[in-house]
Structure formats: C-alpha cells, structure tokens
Design a protein around this ligand. Structure first.
Ligand SMILES: NC(=O)c1ccc[n+]([C@@H]2O[C@H](COP(=O)([O-])OP(=O)(O)OC[C@H]3O[C@@H](n4cnc5c(N)ncnc54)[C@H](O)[C@@H]3O)[C@@H](O)[C@H]2O)c1
Length: 403
C-alpha cells in the first residue's frame, strides 16, 4: 500500500512510519519539522538524541533495505504542494499525525494558542480537501485525542463507533439522531481537536470520505521494535513541563532524585497507551477499511485508565521515589467519573494492549539512565498557568484602546 504519514518525524509518527515500512508498505513522510523548531524555541531538548530526518531515513535504508521518502512541507499553509504530492504519490491511505500536540504550549500565550488552533485545523482541512480533490477513496486515519471529552463527571460509559443521541421532541415523542457525544475540551489544543472532529464529520457526510478517528490516550514508552534497533532511529523522549507527559516526568524525577510532582490531589483520571501499541493500533486502523457510510468511525486508542496519583504511586514504589503535591496549573475537575468503552481494537484483532503492570517501565528507566547527563532539572516544574497566558498586549494595542 502507498501510505502518507503526515507528521512522520514526530513522537508517534516516526515509529508509525518505520512500523508500516517494515510491514512492506511504501511510505512517504510529510513533515515541516516544526516540532524540532519548537524544541529549539523553548530550549527543551528530547532526553534521547534525535538524529536529522535524513540520517534517520538513511539508517533505516541501510538496516532494512527499505526506502522511506520525505517531503518537507507545511501542510497547513501549502495546499498547492500538498495536492500535487497526493496526486503524484497516489496513496491508498493517509495517516494524519501532523499537529501541535501540547496542551500547555497551547495555553502558554495567545500567539501559541492561535498557532495551535490554525495549524491543527488547517492541516486537517487541507488534507481532507486534497483527498476530495484527488481521489475520495483515499482512507484517512486521523490521530485525535481522548482529551476532547474533557474531565467532567459523565454518568455513562463513553461509547466508541457511530453514536446515536436520543431525546424527546416537542410532541413528547422519543427521537434518535446520529451524532457524537458532547465534547468538552479544557485547553486550546483540545479545542483544536474538537474542531477537527467537526471537520471530519463534515467531510464524511458531504463528500463520503472514509475516515477513522483514533481518540488516543496519553502515550508512554519511548522505543518500539524498530526505533530501538539503532541510535540513529531513536524516538523522542520529552520530559519537560510543556511536552513531557506525566509518566516521563515522574520517571525522570525519580531517577534524578527529585520528588515526583503531582498536580493537585492527583485524583484526575487519564487514559494511557504504550507507544508500541500506538503503532499496532494504527496498523489495524489502516487495514480495517472502515466502510464508507458517511460517518466517522471513532475508536478509543487506549489500553487503560488510571488516576494520576496511582501512576505516581506506581513509579514511586518501583523506583523508591517520593511524591510532592503541587498546585494544579490546569483548569480541570480534580476528581471525576470517567469510563471509556475500548473494545474496537479487540474486534480488529488486537487481543490485548499493554498496561503499566506489564513492567514495561524498564525500557523508560533504561532510556533515562543512559542519558542522565542530559537531564535538565529546571525544565520540569510547571510554569504555564491556564488562567494566566503570558501574552501582554503590544503598546500599539494598549494605546489604541486608550485613545
Ligand atoms: N503524544 C501523545 O501522548 C498523544 C496523545 C493523544 C493524541 N496525540 C496525537 O497524535 C498525533 C501525533 O502526536 P505526537 O506526540 O507524535 O506529536 P509530535 O509533536 O511529536 O509530532 C507531530 C509532528 O507533526 C509535524 N507537524 C506539525 N504541524 C505540521 C504542519 N503544519 N505541516 C507538517 N508537519 C507538521 C511536527 O513537525 C511533528 O513532527 C497528534 O495529532 C496528537 O494530537 C498524541
């Protein structure tokens, strides 16, 4: 199969590209390398050394004999180049992972939030338009986020698939409409993902595009079977306050003798998945060929849910660490009922996904241990506060309002 991996230089995209290439698919990565620029802008480096995209691809060619192609392109802002590329490469499937994916980054300033919104929405819209323009039969596998549901009490298990909402009309008759359960994003990043859910519905309904939207949980782990083969193929490991996910931060803190910092009481529930399962799930979604019936297929790409506190306890016990509760910089309920159906991947043949209890933390610990000298302890404490974007209006704006 010809497959485009949009965002294929990123944390989930690079292992996905290698995994699909290893299975014999013909892969084209499209990426504008913006994640690398943001890293430089923030001065927060991946703990693992990341080689250039060209070195990565060349090493993969030497090891596997397989060629991955690459086009450096801003998908949000270069529709002409995108549509030309799609027409020439003629993919059967596009896996869309190109996004600014950090919630704290999106709340850092007005500019960072606007960038996140426009980048994520326009990237998706351009990909959908290119599919519509070139060949409506191209399947889109989109990486969404489970965080779009928000973290309020939900008095029901949130379903996968094609949802039907029911109610009572003005004649007191019951009715059912096809639709999605309400989304309730709590950051601008998750808001962008909610807008994307509407975009996907629009293109499925109006153009019959075949779309699977994977609502993914927090991804943990670093390497996959392919990225672990050589240093040049290594995946990113982010542990900073902006891009570091909760488990990575906790392991780095414990390993370097700092207390594990839990935001608030830590009773917030989160969904998790291991990076090796991310690539297996994407493979299953690519192969599933969801039927075209003008509706988006939503799948919860998660293996388990846990409270943040239980993750902290787990890491602390394993690594002999201590826990420190710090004020929560985010706007969210600190305790909530949160149950998510996750049976679709089982139906697609993935019998079991890994959980924290499978002792896969060894691999993260090793990654951290190998790079102890690269740890920057100052980048972990949260400095972005949801209520207090650091953007200050320019003097011109202040003057204009005053006059
Ligand atoms: N990492 C997680 O824990 C997680 C959890 C849930 C959902 N997701 C979703 O999975 C997808 C991939 O996330 P990730 O962790 O790999 O993020 P990442 O930042 O590591 O990778 C995203 C890639 O997209 C590229 N990109 C961004 N905007 C682009 C543009 N306009 N044109 C071309 N390339 C562009 C970046 O350069 C980067 O390489 C995202 O949609 C994210 O929302 C990730």
């Amino acid at each position: 199969m010809n497959i485009i991996v949009a965002g294929g230089d990123g944390f989930c995209g690079w292992p996905t590209a290698l995994h699909l290439s290893n299975l014999g698919h013909n892969i084209l990565i499209i990426d504008n390398l913006s994640r690398r620029s943001i890293s430089r802008e923030l001065q927060y480096e991946s703990l693992t050394k990341i080689y250039s995209i060209h070195e990565r691809i060349e090493k993969w060619r030497q090891i596997s004999g397989k060629t991955i192609s690459f086009r450096n392109m801003d998908i949000a802002n270069d529709y002409a180049m995108l549509v030309e590329t799609v027409s020439v490469f003629d993919p059967t499937c596009i896996v869309h992972l190109a996004a600014q994916r950090s919630a704290p980054y999106s709340m850092m300033s007005v500019e960072a939030g606007n960038y996140t919104l426009t980048n994520n929405v326009l990237t998706t819209n351009n990909i959908l338009r290119a599919i519509e323009h070139h060949n409506k039969a191209i399947r889109l596998v989109n990486l969404g986020s489970i965080g779009v549901y928000g973290y309020e009490d939900r008095n029901f298990v949130m379903p996968e698939g094609k949802t039907a909402l029911s109610g009572v009309d003005s004649q007191n008759d019951k009715f059912t409409i096809a639709g999605q359960i309400p989304l309730n994003p709590t950051s601008v990043y998750h808001l962008s993902k909610s807008h994307i859910a509407s975009l996907l519905n629009f293109y499925a309904q109006n153009f019959g595009i075949n779309i699977t939207d994977l609502y993914q949980g927090i991804v943990w782990g670093t390497q996959t079977q392919e990225t672990g083969i050589a240093d040049e193929l290594s995946n990113r490991f982010d542990y900073d306050e902006i891009y570091g996910t909760v488990l990575n931060r906790f392991v780095v803190q414990s390993q370097s003798g700092m207390p594990i910092s839990v935001y608030g009481r830590g009773e917030q529930t989160r969904a998790f998945i291991h990076i090796q399962d991310t690539v297996r799930c994407i493979e299953a979604a690519v192969n599933s060929g969801a039927s075209i019936d003008n509706e988006v297929e939503v799948i919860h790409q998660i293996s388990e849910t846990r409270t943040v506190k239980s993750v902290a306890d787990y890491v602390a016990k394993l690594m002999n660490g201590t826990i420190n509760h710090v004020p929560n910089p985010r706007e969210e309920a600190e305790e909530h009922r949160y149950e998510l159906e996750h049976t679709k991947f089982k139906q697609l043949g993935l019998e079991r996904l890994s959980t924290l209890d499978d002792n896969l933390l060894d691999e993260i610990q090793n990654s951290v241990y190998k790079h102890l000298d690269r740890i920057d302890k100052s980048c972990i404490a949260p400095k972005v506060n949801w209520k207090n974007a650091n953007h200050k209006p320019s003097i011109e704006v202040v003057d204009a309002i005053a006059s």
